[in-house]
Structure formats: C-alpha cells, structure tokens
Design a protein around this ligand. Sequence first.
Ligand code: HAM
Length: 434
Amino acid sequence: MFNLVKGTHDIILEDADKYSFVEQTLIQVAEFFGYQEFRTPIIESSDLFQRSVGDSSDIVRKEMYTFLDKGNRSISLRPELTAGIVRSIVNNKLLALGDTPVKAYYVGPCFRYERPQAGRYRQFNQFGIECVGVSSPYRDVEVISLGYFGLKMLGFKNLKLKINTLGDNESRANYKEVLRNYFKDHLDELCSDCHDRYSLNVMRILDCKNPNDQAIIKNAPKISDYLSEKSKKYFDDVLESLTNLGIEYEIDESLVRGLDYYSDVVFEFHYTSSKGLNYGALAAGGHYNKLVEEIGGPRDVEGVGFAAGIERLVSVMNDDSLFADLSFSLDCYVMPLDLQFEKNAIEVATRLRLNGFKTDLSLENKSIKAMLKKALRKNAHFALIIGQDEINSNSIIVKNLKKEEQVSIKLDDLIEYLDNQIDENEHSHHHSEE
Ligand code: HAM
C-alpha cells in the first residue's frame, strides 16, 4: 500500500463531478465575459516566480517545490498561475498585436509546501482570470464583478467582498517608509515572523494574525492617508462603481496580500458556511502594474485578475448543501442472463450508446439478482434483460426500475420505445433526434 503524499488528495467519483461542476460554471461565466482559455505548463523556471510572486513572499521563500532538472536548470512547480499566464502573453507577443486587453482564463493544479489544514492543501486547483493591457478602473470592476457573478452562479449568498488599495508605486514607497519608522520602535513587541516581514515587506506586518501584535498594528499609520491623488481617485472610482452595481464590499486596510506583484486595488471574497467554518478566502486577486515589465514585456502594461480555490469552493458548497443532485445515474443497464448472451449484450449496449442513452452492461456472468442490485446501485432508469426466450423472439425485456414495470419489446422497436419512455429533459445525456 502506498499512502497519499502529505497535503494531496484524490478527487474521484461523485466528488470529481462536483469539481467539474464548479469549474464548468466558472468557465461559462468567464466565457460570458469574453475570456478565452490559456493552458500553460505546470513547471516553469524558478526565477519566473522569484521575479513575479517575489523573493520576499512566503510562497517563494518557503513554499515552492523547486528542483534541479537533469540539465541543471532550476525548475519550480507553479505555486499560482498569474506569472505563467503573463509570461505566455509576453512570449507569444499577444500585447504587440494591439488587441488589448488580453483576456485569459485558466483552470489547473498549483503546488505550495504549506502546513495542511482545512482548505489548505499542497496540491490544489485554481480557476482564475487575467485581464492584461488595461487602463481603466472599470476593468478592475469588471474583474471583481466576474468573481462576484461566478460565486453567485454557484449558489453563494452572503458573500463578503473585502477590498483595499495598496496605492501606486510612489504612494506605496512613501507609506512603507512611514510604516518602517512606526514599527521600528515596536520591534521588540512583535512576533518573530513580523521581524522578518519588517525587513522583507513591512506592509505584510499589517496582516499578521498573532493576537499579541494586534494592538500595535491597530495604531499603525493607514495607507489611506498616504495615497497619491491619482491612486485615491482610482480607488474611489472602483468603489463608486461597485456600489452602483449593487456589489457590497468592506474596505479592509489590513488586506495587503501575500504576493509581491500587486499595486492599487486588491480584493478577496470570503464566506462563512452555515456550520460557522471559514476556510480562508474563496477567491482573491488584484491589480498589477509592474508584472508585465518584470517578466520581459513592454513597460507600463497593467493587468488585473483573481484566482479561486476549487477545493475551498467544494468544501463550503458541501457544508451548505449547495450542490444540486449530482448523483450518478444511467439510462440503461444491460443484463445478459447467461455467458453465451454477452455478445448480444454488447451489441444492444453499443446501439443504445450510439443513440444517446447513457448505458452500462454486465459482462461478469453474475446472477440476475446481483445484476439487478448493481443496476439499482448505479441509479439506472431501465434494466434490459436478455435470456433465451428473448434471443429466440428477437426481443428484450425492459424493466422500468422507477416504476417497477416490465415489458417485452422487439429489438427493432427498442430505441423508439425508450425515447417515448424517457422525457427529453430526463435524459442523463443530451440525445440527438434522428
Ligand atoms: P492567492 O491568494 O495566493 O492568489 O490564491 C488564490 C486562491 O487560491 C485563494 O484565495 C484560495 O482560495 C486558493 N488557495 C491558495 N492556497 C491554497 C492552498 N494551499 N490550498 C487550497 N487553496 C488554496 C493567487 O494565487 C493569485 N495568482 C491570484 C491573482 C490572479 N491575482 C491576480 N491575478
């Protein structure tokens, strides 16, 4: 027996249907907003993430799966997708076409060596979008509204949107200076992590969760007092538009985000399930104005995006029963009563499948009782039974497992009979009319 690698999990059977459902719903919303799919590699060169997510971030410092390949290149499993998407936009010269913004959506696994806990895995899946080549605050609004709309489509009510601005580069540089001066006098009272943050990225002290540090953090200078006119107006435009769209938000000045590429607007969607469980942010993102240049693209090209954690979405949706009935079902289950009728069973099953009926069959030489049990367990609508009498008369027994009725039907009439029995919208799969 082999155990799962710590922090990983299997997504199988009905659980996999839930993941697909969540991903497909978000994909549909993204396409509705004019986004197109991007699939980038899971492995990228390590310096891509050092440059973008940032050398001073926890992700790059402590959480990356980094290794040397046989050619001595430093490779990392992607901890997120924004860096790879922007790299791909730059490498493929999509910005040079002048057809901006480039609107990308993506779905796929990410890897972070974190301490596993509720809502936190070492391999997890993200859905996300990046809108690159933007200049208007209303692109930020569009991206936030896509996240909001996507989560609504999944059935979430009482979402909490936390939003903040980190200011433009100039505002942020001034503010960091002020913060460093403020925290310098309190360093002895702060936790050891905050000592690291002090030298790496002083703003991250603001989102320290250590209760002892809270009093000091509470009295720290606020970014809102250090914003340039431009940054302040940008943030106000975004907030005003969100209000007009009916998207409620809460300004959270301790929201600084753990990735280094952000500037101006940042946001997170939070939700507490009816069980009172909070798995952390369901989705998070923000605006970036130096990332494209850092990755080798043109100067002054800005972007905005967010990513949602599929594991967290599935967990809260399970807790709050937000999944409609996704239980497995079949239209037909074909049951040969003897080994010698297996070849007839595969013929019938294949014909049913080609006619759009979701079908499985027994080829295990089981008793009729065992086969019926299996048909019920697979939630089949019809059990189709083939015995000697049926072979002799070119017919088949159709047992309606929902109504507990059975009839003998000529094989030539089978498809038409089932078509009439199954209401179009009851079909497990869409079925083309002949
Ligand atoms: P992030 O906040 O690091 O941002 O991750 C986004 C989301 O991924 C989180 O809100 C959470 O739902 C999920 N997530 C993160 N870590 C884990 C984990 N260990 N286990 C399970 N779920 C997790 C980013 O990754 C940015 N790239 C988002 C972005 C896109 N910003 C701009 N564009």
